[in-house]
Design a protein around this ligand. Structure first.
Ligand code: PMP
Length: 406
């Protein structure tokens, strides 16, 4: 696999030219949101400047152009995750809305005593919608534990599956720990008890090739903005047979076939689940992001990032007082840690003064923090445009933090 020409790729991201507090920006908060290449920024600008119109309705030229561009983006998403048909690709606002869609629509078939199985490493957006569904339906939430490396305990997971398990929802890759779950195996275990499986792919899609047919999951959710695309656009993939049997999520324009006061009927898939004017520019921008990622190559991106992670992990191992949180054998490009005697927030502030952007806090995964007995961690997360030099800058900043607070 040829190495990425990172110096050249960095030219594609205008924001990487800026300074923060007089220092060159070192952006290591990619798990929160990644930066956007010119091609994505241009795709949105071009839509607004040249063919801004509502979609799926007008006979006029611009409406047709906008519809074609938006629907072409759907085809690219289908391609990107290897879904069998475009009808299985629903555009949403992001991972959070995709999960809420499943909880409100699919969730209507859950009854008191049914069980939903999640894991201890989930993001709040893959916990709270299920808690709300449990409150509405009387279903019970079960939680599969993680071990002290931050890996799912697969045996415990298997034991928690049973005849009452209707739905299993888990992350493909953890945002707080970087752990990658053996999803194909887990899906297979869940299917053996007849449960339906939703995978939260918010982190995974930017770091590993995803093939939903091979994984055999029933739902797969992700956001555009962590994948070099715009905010406010995301995807829910769902198996066609399940979508056919699900009631609509929101009501409104575009999701109907006919509306009468006596009752309405629903549009074909995927439009049945897409009420109202969508984020047209965002969809077009997401299509451009997928073209960009496809052009660079996810396998090459993954290889570059795992090299960065190896390098950062080695430096972390030698750094006095540093404890890594999340040391899974199979791990994406996330380094989460604490430094003895220094609050993560103070570390974040010192790093910021060095131009280094990291995330500090609970990373919307409070149960993970509770498992490790810490209120917060510092999280450095890598993307295709990061370099070893930037990781050196991170550790110089940590040395400065230790000198000031340690
Ligand atoms: N799940 C995971 C694993 C995430 O990392 C995130 C974003 N931090 C989400 C869900 C929620 O994504 P969004 O805020 O884009 O809806």
């Amino acid at each position: 696999l040829p190495a990425l020409d990172v110096a050249r790729l960095r030219q594609d991201f205008p924001i990487l030219q800026r300074a923060v507090h007089g220092q060159p920006l070192v952006y290591l908060d990619n798990a929160a949101t990644s930066q956007k290449p010119w091609s994505v920024i241009e795709a949105e600008r071009h839509y607004y400047a040249h063919y801004n119109a509502n979609i799926h309705r007008g006979v006029h030229q611009m409406s047709q152009e906008a519809t074609e561009a938006y629907e072409a983006a759907r085809d690219r998403v289908r391609d990107f995750i290897h879904a069998s048909s475009r009808e299985e690709i629903i555009f949403t606002r992001g991972t959070t809305e995709s999960i809420n869609l499943v909880a409100s629509s699919f969730g209507q078939r859950l009854q008191a005593g049914d069980e939903i199985l999640i894991t201890e490493m989930e993001h709040h957006s893959n916990i709270v919608p299920w808690q709300l569904l449990c409150q509405r339906s009387g279903a019970l939430l079960r939680v599969a534990p993680i071990d002290d490396a931050g890996q799912l305990c697969v045996e415990q997971f298997a034991k928690l599956l049973g005849p009452r398990t209707r739905l299993v929802a888990l992350s493909h890759m953890s945002n707080a720990l970087g752990s990658i779950n053996p999803v194909k195996k887990l899906v297979n275990l869940a299917h053996q008890v007849g449960a339906v499986v939703l995978l939260d792919g918010a982190q995974a899609v930017a770091h590993l090739p995803v093939n939903v047919m091979d994984i055999d999951c029933d739902f797969y959710a992700f956001s555009g903005h962590k994948l070099y695309g715009p905010t406010g656009i995301g995807v829910l993939y769902a198996r066609r047979a399940i979508l056919d049997s699900m009631p609509p999520y929101q009501g409104g324009g575009d999701m109907i076939r006919e509306v009468r006061f006596a009752g309405s009927s629903w549009n074909d898939l995927p439009y049945k689940f897409e009420a109202g004017t969508p984020n047209i520019a965002g969809g077009i921008g997401l299509g451009a992001a997928l073209d960009y990622v496809g052009g660079v190559g996810l396998a090459a991106i993954a290889a570059h990032e795992s090299e960065l992670l190896r390098y950062a992990t080695a430096l972390a191992g030698e750094f006095p007082g540093l404890t890594q949180i999340g040391t899974a054998a199979d791990k994406g490009a996330i380094l989460s840690f604490t430094l003895a005697g220094i609050h993560p927030h103070d570390i974040g502030t010192i790093l910021d003064s060095c131009g280094v952007a990291v995330r500090t806090g609970h990373h919307c995964a409070m149960p993970v923090m509770e498992h490790f007995g810490v209120p917060a961690t510092v999280r450095a997360s890598f993307a295709l445009y990061n370099t070893r030099h930037e990781i050196d800058t991170l550790f110089q900043g940590l040395t400065k933090a230790r000198e000031m607070f340690g």
